[in-house]
Design a protein around this ligand. Structure first.
Ligand code: NAI
Length: 428
């Protein structure tokens, strides 16, 4: 039998100072996470997760770590690994692993073998709840450990691509336990996907390249939640925004918002910066690389590294070198240099200096995750196998905590208004 895959601390030269630095990052984030702070008090008292084992595959950085610790404080044993080989912060991973109730297998820049061995190591803890970002944990359990499914009360999925994959699995009748589409709930997607991806992707691209967006043609591929955020924030930094889409209403929305809309074939000829946010594959390919100007920046903010076809770019390149930390220049025969950021992986989490989304938006997303895990533990048996929307009362609960923390008051419906809104008999 092969050796069990070791937790992160056994991969590090100086785990003690890593733990200290990771803890510092977590403490800073927690100061700006009023929702998780409030839930910490509640869960520490009520211990909703006592006896549960939560298996997680998430981006292991400071904000996620506060969710993990919240689940542990609420009584769970937690095992976690990364959901992308480049997004793990080893110090944060080590700080988590130092908690007796938590085992973290997430290690930065592991190879494919290590990445999947770490997922297996989490599954060895026999989770009763899964929390995924991209669905790798659910997939591995269904494919290789179906015997665990009976004791799993349910799961939560963080991102659009994961929810797409789960819905496809559900449609095939292949999803054997309930999973909440956390991504799809307003408190997540209207803030995290829009503002989080917009701000974090642009900030990371700017920091990685030390270049400005002002006056540049920025091509945003996909005008969904993430694309809208990237486009809006790029326009706010004085870029000329060009949108590419395949969905007519999304294309129209972008057009009415005042952006240039055109096929990628045309955008390729004029763009200075390209940011893909489609969740789809082969959005930028050879035919586009052939048309691009010298010096363009190519970045992806979608979940998987398949949006920019780097195999084709590599095959076209006469030379390839690291132009800066996190920037790989592909030099073509005619001397043009196309610069790829973060190996085409989601740029706001995988670039060398990437910090992921701003803390405040992740407080909302992870607040929803936390109350969804509580719901599964308390009422899991009432949900059939399959993908479920987050119950509206849970989404509202998180919104109310956030508004109260920010000191924002808002109106309430009167009884007459509630009756009026719920009636079909009132007319002119
Ligand atoms: P969405 O479904 O709202 O938007 C995707 C858009 O891309 C749709 O409007 C679709 O019509 C369009 N599209 C699909 N194929 C296209 C193509 N070939 N060319 C142009 N447009 C195309 O999804 P959302 O929420 O915006 O998420 C997009 C991706 O970003 C997903 O992979 C998701 O998992 C990921 N994501 C990344 C985050 C990050 O931190 N970087 C945060 C949240 C989501």
């Amino acid at each position: 039998m092969s050796e069990p895959y070791p937790p992160v601390t056994e991969h590090l030269d100086d785990p003690e100072s890593a733990v200290e630095e990771g803890r510092r990052k977590m403490d800073w984030a927690l100061q700006h996470m009023p929702i998780l702070s409030e839930l910490r008090e509640e869960f520490a008292e009520s211990q909703p997760f006592a006896g549960e084992v939560v298996g997680m595959a998430m981006h292991v950085e400071a904000k996620t770590a506060n969710l993990v610790e919240l689940l542990a404080l609420g009584g769970a044993e937690v095992a976690i690994t990364g959901c992308n080989p480049l997004s793990t912060h080893n110090d944060v991973s080590a700080a988590l692993d130092a908690n007796d109730a938590i085992t973290s297998y997430a290690v930065h820049d592991v190879d494919d073998e290590g990445y999947y061995a770490a997922i297996e190591a989490v599954i060895d803890h026999e989770p009763t709840v899964t929390v995924d970002d991209g669905m790798d944990m659910v997939a591995a359990i269904h494919e290789d450990h179906p015997e665990l499914i009976d004791s799993i009360v349910g799961g939560c999925e963080e991102t659009t691509t994961g929810v797409h994959r789960l819905r496809a699995m559900d449609a095939d009748g292949a999803l054997d336990y309930p999973v909440f589409a956390v991504n799809d709930t307003p408190m997540k997607r209207l803030f995290d996907n829009v503002h989080g991806t917009g701000e974090a992707s642009l900030a990371t691209i700017a920091m990685t390249t030390n270049l400005s967006f002002a006056g540049k043609d920025v091509v945003v591929a996909g005008y969904g939640y993430c694309g809208q955020g990237v486009a809006k924030k790029a326009a706010g930094q004085n870029a000329n925004v060009i949108v590419t889409e395949v969905e007519p209403r999304k294309a129209l929305e972008a057009h009415m918002e005042g952006y240039d809309v055109m096929p990628m074939r045309e955008a390729a000829e004029v763009g200075d910066v390209f940011i893909t946010t489609t969740g789809n594959r082969d959005v930028i390919t050879r035919e586009h690389f052939e048309l691009m100007n010298d010096g363009v920046l190519l970045a992806n903010a979608g979940h998987f590294d398949v949006e920019i076809n780097l195999e084709q770019l590599d095959a076209m390149a006469a030379d390839r070198y690291e132009a800066r930390d996190g920037v790989e220049a592909y030099e073509l025969d005619d001397g043009r240099r196309l610069n790829v950021l973060a190996e085409g992986r989601l740029v706001n989490l995988a670039a060398p200096i990437a910090l992921g989304h701003p803390v405040e938006v992740m407080d909302q997303s992870f607040g929803v995750q936390a109350v969804c895990v509580r719901e599964l533990v308390e009422n899991g048996e009432t949900y059939d196998a399959g993908v479920h929307d987050v119950p509206d009362r849970l989404d509202r609960e998180v919104a109310e905590i956030k508004l109260a923390a920010d000191g924002v008051e808002y109106d309430a419906l009167s009884d007459e208004q509630r009756e009026y809104m719920g009636s079909w008999q009132h007319g002119t």
